[in-house]
Ligand binder design. Structure first.
Ligand SMILES: [Zn+2]
Length: 239
C-alpha cells in the first residue's frame, strides 16, 4: 500500500492562553512544529527529504500554508526540507547568523557527544558525513540575537541559544512555550540534556536563557515535551 508512506498526523498540544495552536507533525526524523494563529502559519524545523510527502499531506489536510520556516539549527535532520518549503509554499526561511553559510551549502558538521555512548556514535557518524548532506537553502532572514515573529502573525520571537551548535535558536510563543530544537531533548529517560553538543558550557549558558524566558513548557528537537520543573532540576545539577 503505497499510501501508507504518506500517512502523518498532527498531534496538538493544548493551545496557549492567547489562542496559538501548536502541533507536532509525526512521524518525522525530528520534531516538526506547526504553529498557527488566525489562519497564519509557521513551521519550526523540517525533518529530512524522506518526510516531505508527510509534511505535504498534513498541511493539505489542515488547509495550512506556511509563511515561514524557522530553523532551530541546521543539522541535516532539522533543515532537510527548508529549501523545498521555500520553493513549494513561498515560505521565508529564518536562521541564526552563525549557521546561514552552512545552510547555504547544505553541509553541516555533526556535534560532539556529551555522554560516553554518544561520543562513540559521533565517531561512526563522522565517517558517514556525506550522508548528512541536504538541499542547500539561502535564508531570507538571518538574525543575530533576536528575531520578532509578529511579521508572520505569530506572537513570539526567536533568541540565539548556541551550544548544541553555533547558531542554535529557541522560538518563544506567547511567553508560554519554548521550542528549543536540540538544546533540549525529550528522548532520554530522566534527563532533558542533549546527548550531542558542540560546547557544553555554552549550552548551559543558553539553558539559563531558555529557562529565563519564563516559559512553562519546552518543546524539544526529538521526543516529548519537557516541563519547567524538569528543566530547572537538570540545570541545577549541571551548572
Ligand atoms: Zn541537532
Amino acid at each position: 500500500m503505497k499510501h501508507e508512506y504518506y500517512l502523518s498526523v498532527m498531534i496538538q498540544i493544548p493551545d496557549t492562553e492567547k489562542g496559538t495552536r501548536i502541533m507536532r507533525l509525526t512521524p518525522a526524523r525530528c520534531n516538526i512544529w506547526v504553529v498557527t494563529r488566525n489562519d497564519r502559519t509557521i513551521i519550526v524545523d523540517t525533518g529530512i527529504s524522506f518526510d516531505r510527502s508527510r509534511i505535504e499531506h498534513a498541511l493539505e489536510r489542515k488547509g495550512l500554508i506556511p509563511e515561514a520556516v524557522i530553523l532551530t539549527h541546521t543539522h541535516f535532520d532539522h533543515a532537510g526540507n527548508a529549501a523545498w518549503l521555500q520553493a513549494e509554499y513561498g515560505a521565508e526561511v529564518v536562521v541564526q547568523e552563525a549557521e546561514s553559510a552552512m545552510l547555504a551549502t547544505g553541509d553541516m558538521p555533526i556535534p560532539n557527544g556529551t555522554y560516553t555512548f554518544t561520543r562513540g556514535l559521533v565517531g561512526i557518524g563522522r565517517k558517514m558525513q556525506p550522508v548528512f548532506r541536504y538541499d542547500p537553502c539561502v535564508a531570507e532572514h538571518v538574525f543575530t540575537d533576536q528575531f520578532d515573529l509578529n511579521r508572520f502573525g505569530i506572537n513570539g520571537f526567536i533568541i540565539h541559544t548556541p551550544g548544541h551548535s553555533p547558531g542554535g535558536a529557541t522560538v518563544v510563543i506567547d511567553d508560554e512555550i519554548a521550542i528549543a530544537g536540540d538544546s533540549v531533548i525529550g528522548t532520554m529517560p530522566g534527563s532533558p540534556f542533549p546527548p550531542f553538543a558542540d560546547d557544553v558550557p555554552l549550552l548551559l549558558t543558553s539553558w539559563k536563557k531558555i529557562i529565563g524566558t519564563g516559559c512553562r513548557s519546552f518543546l524539544p528537537g526529538h521526543g516529548k515535551q519537557v516541563s519547567r520543573e524538569e528543566m530547572i532540576n537538570e540545570y541545577e545539577k549541571r551548572k
